[in-house]
Design a binder for this molecule. Structure first.
Ligand code: FES
Length: 160
């Protein structure tokens, strides 16, 4: 059976589409709504979005594969995106990734930790260069990262 948006998300999708000159123009926000509901953008989700926007699936696939903000695989409860662009790179992004891998029990780009809590990926500049090194976890930014800050955050998330 084909996937459907939940009634609540369908309302959000309809409202979003109504704010654009045509359905196709609403693709990015509709993909975000889909990602909130399904956790990641599987092929079935792309089909749902394509059906909703009256587009070929290949057009949706082009967009999903271009932007790193869309998860192509299942992610952990805490999906950690570590910026590794210049400012973060020279301020220790590689060490941040290594330390997070140790703390969270999952390698960067290699799926979800055994407890289902964590996934880690590298991200391009997230627009917070002045607070490097930084990461985005789900919808929130964590900046000026240090080992002790990471300890505090990961320990809190592990206990939740
Ligand atoms: S370089 Fe990391 S936020 Fe811009």
């Amino acid at each position: 059976m084909a996937l459907e948006f939940s009634p609540e998300k369908k309302k959000e999708v309809d409202w979003t589409i109504s704010r654009y000159p045509n359905k196709q123009a609403a693709m990015l926000p509709v993909l975000h709504i889909a990602q909130y509901q399904f956790g990641y953008i599987s092929h079935e989700v792309m089909e749902l979005v394509a059906r909703t926007l009256e587009l070929p699936v290949s057009r949706v696939q082009d967009v999903v594969t271009f932007y790193t903000m869309y998860n192509k695989q299942p992610v952990g409860k805490y999906h950690i995106q570590v910026c590794h662009t210049l400012a973060c790179g020279i301020n220790g992004a590689a060490q941040v990734v290594k330390y997070l891998e140790e703390k969270c029990g999952v390698k960067c780009g290699e799926g979800i930790s055994k407890d289902g809590k964590f996934s880690i990926v590298k991200a391009e500049c997230l627009g917070s260069c002045g607070t490097a090194p930084m990461m985005q976890v789900n919808d929130d930014y964590y900046e000026g990262l240090t080992k002790s800050k990471i300890d505090e955050l990961v320990n809190k998330w592990k206990s939740e």
